[in-house]
Design a binder for this molecule. Structure first.
Ligand code: PLP
Length: 387
């Protein structure tokens, strides 16, 4: 009855678990939420005020599909500094969140039958958008022993003349892993040799710990003309519900993507874009404070998990997720996640919500208070002891 394009679509695990957790709360159960991946901070007041003023000033109309010129310029300046390359506004396309930045370039680049390489475990939208575009998903395992960077041996075997696009995500959801510069160099050399594009999801680019600066593949020689960088405001500026993100890409591709936006969403809300200009050009000190707070929470949750017999957890370098290994219990990730919710009242995601490569792992989001994390660790310790 429906097209192949939509028949293969699956719900996102995070929303499915949130629904179930909320149903239990409606029955009076207390649930500790470590499932959904969004900052627990409110959007900073000066950004909210800019949005409110924009509505009051009548900035409630259509804008150019690719975004307001002033926002595209502000993003171009910001990305020029971040990537260390001169980036003009003609390379920037704004959209409602980072997600359109994943979907539309894929539609613009992938023909039916083209192969697309992507991380497994990885953000579920990657596989969904590859299938909607009619592409062939080619998962590359992320291995714990490589700090969850790409398995380059498998990558070398899978990349070929049939590969149209390579999707990267660093720092990564769900593992918190960061792809080291040497791995990026290796991937870039292969992408250039096979003439394929790279889509680099850098939405967590500012959320890295221990002073780490996350490298971007777009900054490597020759790569700017073959890369779509996806970034946005959701995570860095705690603006998930505003819906604001963008892409950086070569101007000819930007024109095509702008046409897809024109005929689908039309444009991004004007007052949201004004808030985005304030986010980029206003004070930035709060970001360092927030990163320090996430690092404090990471440094609390990782030892707490490792203290539970049978659980082992690496120290992730970025994002706000931990990906503990629970293979020793001999149960599937799905079963452990379901029972943790039902029996212990702790909402987490199964590693397999991010692809079959996530079997044997759980994903916990630590963008929540230390008190909540502490209570969740206590409940998890009791649950695992009872197995
Ligand atoms: N990319 C990754 C890796 C994510 O984890 C998320 C959100 O969780 C997104 C993209 C989507 O971001 P946005 O809310 O800006 O669309």
């Amino acid at each position: 009855m429906f097209t192949d394009r939509v028949s293969s679509l699956q719900p996102e695990g995070a929303y499915a678990v949130l629904d179930r957790a909320q149903a239990l709360e409606a029955q009076g159960r207390k649930i500790l939420h470590l499932e959904i991946g969004q900052p627990d901070f409110q959007t900073f007041p000066h950004i909210c005020q800019a949005g409110i003023r924009a509505i009051e000033n009548g900035q409630t109309r259509y804008t150019s599909p690719a975004g307001m010129p002033a926002l595209r310029q502000a993003i171009a300046d910001y990305e020029s500094e971040r990537l260390g390359l001169p980036i003009g506004p003609e390379r920037i396309v704004v959209g409602p969140g980072a997600k359109p930045g994943l979907f539309f370039p894929t539609l613009a680049l992938v023909n039916p039958g083209d192969e697309v390489i992507y991380p497994d475990p990885g953000f579920p939208t990657y596989e969904a958008m590859i299938r909607v575009a009619g592409g062939i998903p080619i998962p590359i395992p992320l291995r714990e022993e490589n700090q969850f960077s790409f398995d380059l041996e498998v990558f070398d075997r899978k990349i070929s003349d049939r590969t149209k696009l390579v999707i990267l995500n660093s720092p990564a959801n769900p593992t918190g892993g960061v792809i080291p510069l040497d791995d990026l160099r290796h991937i870039a050399a292969k992408a250039l040799a096979f003439g394929c594009w790279v889509l680099s999801d850098e939405i967590y680019g500012h959320l890295a710990y221990d002073g780490l600066i996350v490298p971007s593949i777009a900054s490597l020689p020759g790569m700017l003309e073959h890369t779509v960088v996806v970034n946005g405001f959701s995570k860095t500026y705690a603006m998930t519900g505003w819906r604001l993100g963008y892409m950086v890409m070569p101007p000819a591709l930007a024109e095509r993507v702008e046409l897809l936006l024109t005929h689908s969403i039309g444009c991004t809300a004007a007052f949201t874009q004004v808030a985005g200009i304030e986010a980029l050009t206003g004070p930035q000190e709060m970001i360092a404070e927030i990163v320090a707070e996430y690092q404090r929470r990471r440094d609390f949750i990782v030892p707490g998990l490792n203290a539970i017999k049978g659980v082992s957890c690496q120290v992730p370098q970025g994002a706000f997720y931990v990906f503990p290994n629970v293979k020793s219990f001999g149960l599937s990730s799905k079963e452990i996640a379901r029972r943790l919710l039902d029996e212990a009242g702790v909402a987490v995601l199964a590693g397999t919500d991010f692809g079959s490569g996530g079997e044997g792992y759980l994903r916990l989001c630590y963008a929540t208070s230390v008190e909540t994390i502490d209570q969740a660790l206590g409940k998890m310790a009791g649950f695992f002891k009872s197995l």
